[in-house]
Write a protein of this length. Structure first.
Ligand SMILES: [Zn+2]
Ligand SMILES: [Zn+2]
Length: 333
């Protein structure tokens, strides 16, 4: 990124990365094997840091913070309550940590921040305050709903109702399949998000459900799960793909935890979370920021090229902006 562009803002306080958004090299033709390997194992890349961090959290959660499957055969208050408490703790820590770092203590000021306008205070939000409303929705709606999906997953596995693909008995194919599903998890997330998100932009669902999320014009980590409960139920239903495919509950847990933590990352409002003046973690959130800004583009993510395929991809350029406006004019006739 060009150094001089870090603090250049337009008249409305907007800032954009110097480079346009690109799809991963796996979707470029002709194939460039070296670029693909670099993207896959490089830092930052597909594996590191974010996907690996969430996997680490999932493995830790499964090993140390989840009762044994044998104890979850019957739906009982104690273990579902335990899942709820640890999910509240993990979510509050991750979302709260990002929010405090970026917005309370302003550790990197407005460096690499897409917009420096403040969060809203108006009657669209509970308590008349965007951040409080977002926190309320995240902790009181999103966490209980994701916990219901998680508890259902374990209960179904514990009772032998999931994990029935035919190669479950062979130990090497079991482990290969587990790793394959870990690797394609973000693609599942992005594809499911694209189609459900487009559905949410249909007129009746938008008016009743999805507009709550779009009250967030300026975004912060807690905007990620600031949704109507119906939208949250749709959003976390991504785990149902793992109900069909997975042989081990870890795959489902990874899918759910990614849906939680990625929501915070994709709404940070910053292009990169800086640890020092120039070392930091990419948030990859400009893509979704453009969706909040323009509504009619970037419904999914970049790891599954759905927006590209269906003509809704906006890479941040003037040409993409013109294409999107033309699409809107065509639709209005
Ligand atoms: Zn959003
Ligand atoms: Zn939307």
């Amino acid at each position: 990124m060009a150094e001089q562009s870090m603090n250049d803002r337009d008249a409305r306080g907007g800032w954009r990365p110097a480079e346009n958004i690109k799809l991963p090299p796996i979707y470029a033709w002709p194939l460039r094997p070296l670029a693909i390997i670099k993207w896959f194992v490089g830092f930052p890349g597909y594996l590191w840091p974010f996907n690996a961090l969430v996997l680490l959290i999932a493995v830790f959660t499964w090993t140390f913070l989840t009762p044994g499957l044998g104890q979850m055969k019957a739906l009982e208050f104690w273990w579902i309550g335990l899942l709820l408490i640890r999910n509240l703790f993990l979510t509050a820590t991750f979302f709260g940590g990002l929010h405090v770092y970026l917005y309370k203590y302003k550790k990197q000021g407005d460096k690499l921040q897409f917009s420096n306008r403040p969060f809203a205070k108006n009657k669209n939000f509970h308590f008349g305050d965007q951040v409080r409303d977002n926190m309320f929705r995240t902790l009181c709606y999103a966490v209980p709903i994701v916990t219901v999906y998680e508890a259902a997953t374990y209960w179904l596995f514990a009772n032998g109702l999931l994990g029935f693909l035919p190669f479950a008995d062979n130990s090497s194919s079991f482990w290969i399949w587990l790793v394959v599903l870990l690797l394609i998890m973000p693609v599942v997330h992005s594809t499911h998000f694209y189609f459900t998100h487009r559905l949410l932009h249909s007129r009746p669902l938008y008016k009743r459900v999805h507009r709550i999320h779009h009250f967030n014009i300026e975004v912060g980590p807690f905007s990620g799960l600031a949704m109507h409960p119906v939208e949250l139920a749709i959003y976390f239903s991504t785990v149902c793909v793992q109900w069909i495919l997975a042989l081990h509950p870890l795959n489902a847990l990874y899918q759910l935890q990614f849906a939680v933590f990625n929501a915070a990352m994709s709404h940070t409002g910053y292009d990169k979370i800086l640890m020092t003046d120039d070392v930091g973690v990419e948030s990859n959130s400009y893509f979704h920021y453009l969706h909040h800004k323009f509504f009619e583009c970037n419904y999914g993510g970049t790891i599954a090229p759905m927006d590209q395929l269906f003509g809704t991809f906006h890479n941040g350029s003037m040409e993409a902006q013109e294409r999107m406006q033309q699409r809107m004019r065509d639709r209005l006739g």
